[in-house]
Design a protein around this ligand. Sequence first.
Ligand code: ADP
Ligand code: MG
Length: 752
Amino acid sequence: SATKERILRQKSLELCDRQQEWQDSPEGQKMLEFRRSLPAYQEREILLKAISKNQVVVISGETGCGKTTQVPQYILESEIEAARGASCNIICTQPRRISAMSVSERVAAERGEQIGESVGYKVRLEGMKGRDTRLLFCTTGVLLRRLLVDRNLRGVSHVIVDEIHERGMNEDFLLIVLKDLLPHRPDLRLILMSATLNAELFSSYFRGAPMLHIPGFTYPVRAHFLENILEMTGYRLTSYNQIDDYGQEKAWKMQKQTLRKRKSQIASAVEDAVEAADFSDYSHRTQESLSCWNPDSIGFNLIEHVLCYICKNERPGAVLVFMTGWEDINTLKDQLQAHPLLGDPSRVLLLACHGSMASSEQRLIFNRPPDGVRKILLATNMAETSITINDVVFVVDCGKAKETSYDALNNTPCLLPTWISKASARQRRGRAGRVQPGDCYHLYPRCVYDAFTDYQLPELLRTPLQSLCLQIKSLQLGGISEFLSKALQPPESLSVQNAIDYLKTIGALDERENLTVLGRHLSMLPVEPKLGKMLILGAIFKCLDPIMTVVAGLSVRDPFLMPYDKKDLAESAKAQFSAREFSDHLAVVRAYEGWKCAERQQSGYEYCWTNFLSAQTLKAIDSLRKQFFYLLKDTGLVDLDKESCNMWSHDQHLVRAIICAGLFPGVCSAVEPEIPYPWLVFNDKVKVNAVFLRDSTAVSDSAMLLFGGRISRGGLDGHLKMLGGYLEFFMKPELANIYLSIKQELDELVLS
Ligand code: ADP
Ligand code: MG
């Protein structure tokens, strides 16, 4: 070991020399100058001292002040200076793959090195890390998985958890595990870094760990909401944009009216839009009431128009556009590229920020474009805090984001965009004020902003508990209740217990709370377990086509519109789809299929119009179906080569049975004499003045017997107990035995 120590010392000295050499070179000096201009540099010594004196430190500071790129580097440099350069082992976690990769590259460049020398990264399925890598940037998920096999993080000297203000589920999970680890590893240092000032919460979680703040400065940014944007840019919302399927009707009427004052026209266009979006229950200020106002329906045309306005009328400066997802970014990019001004590369540099950007492309993002060329960046909410582009003067904010996923193992994106919080909107706006006063265009009315929540709820409290419990089991984090009780903000224990009981009932957990095979598959699908179960069984029983529509419909909302003034007409339109079928779910399937058919004949819109369907919802269902298909393909449940062979059975009895399997134990007996089925499975039960069942399907005895309850051998008993009375009453013992054997066979099939 004495030899080993000598070698380490020798290596440390070499590192020290190399660092000095780089800093003395001309490029090195230039880099150093830049680094010293960052606000974090002023605090360097204070930060390092606090880190060496305390096991846990919380650091906060404005985005761009140098937390991510500098703090880990300061630690590395000070270790090198203290001749521990070859023995230190610093891990810095990032919530997203792209930040782990781009930050490591930047830090390596600041140190005059190639990536994979002293600085490296590791994300799922990918990494650049050498034998001498001392500072590793990785995703939070990667560190969590390392903790599964290496509880004590042997050999790690510092763990830096970045962007904790985002309160992602992985980060909250990680903090629980690390908190337990600290007493066993007194030499380990934990550094938490956050953009906004909620440091107290983290500090008190770690028994009053010291908080350090890096002061910063940003210029003021003017906020424009949809009302003034329309007025300012002269955009006629009603002329070529679909606001909502019903807004459109109004829009057409509006167009016919000849309004004298353009101003009042714009005002009423906004009013109409808001009215069409049904803000009648807007006083509730719930996210749900916001779901009616959909910026996607304002469309890319408005974004294009605003960008055009900026390019023609505004002072120089880059534009950052916040979009919800990669798909939207690509669609918009294609549209803009076809535009005479925005698509002209001699005037506009159009860039998209995404996870798998080549480094040359990344450099374009940070570089200033030539004079007279305006840089326009299309990004997701990752540009909110994790990357900082200094020359941004204008921000365009669509108001929505796809929330980070709860699926720690697969890192699959969450499926639906939701409204951001006021804090997020402020953060997005702030991106415009880095170098000079800026302008932010929020593409939604002021009243929509007012209805945003103040802060995003932590993901742990936002994720459905059933899914959360499955995650804890799949990450092998121990007993569910015990683990969750140690969280920064734990969910209520009774709700946790209910979720565990539910998972046992549907056969995702066994009696001892271990994941079953079904449970393992469910934990990999980013949908509620009951919907996941439908998808899995739909794939196994080869009726995925209709089942994907059912599940997508339940995840978004059903596509049937019920305008107040035409309720009767709308109801009879809906009845056509479900006539004699007694199934809301099959009605959605019929409506969707009819729409697809009409779309192929270019008459999708008319189809929606005559049948009181929302084209927007149908489109969302369509896109979810695609995502489901890829997810199932990823988990190996769908074999693409065999796609054509009977994957798509539409046998209604089979489809009903699978719906029954998913919605059980949401079941009641049907007493309505006109329903030829004895049971009704439902998605939801709401109590208003009476109890209402939402989204129900009538099912037969055999479907209930074979598919209701757990589809696992262990669950058979409970299932029988539940249906015991029914069995005794309706079935002769011989029949019950036959049933038992069929059921068992079925279970085997599913388990295998
Ligand atoms: P924070 O984590 O506090 O938000 P960062 O450490 O990410 O700040 O960034 C500090 C500064 O370094 C910012 O001004 C940013 O513009 C700059 N920067 C970060 N990454 C790059 C890069 N790849 N190329 C050029 N500049 C960068
Ligand atoms: Mg950062």
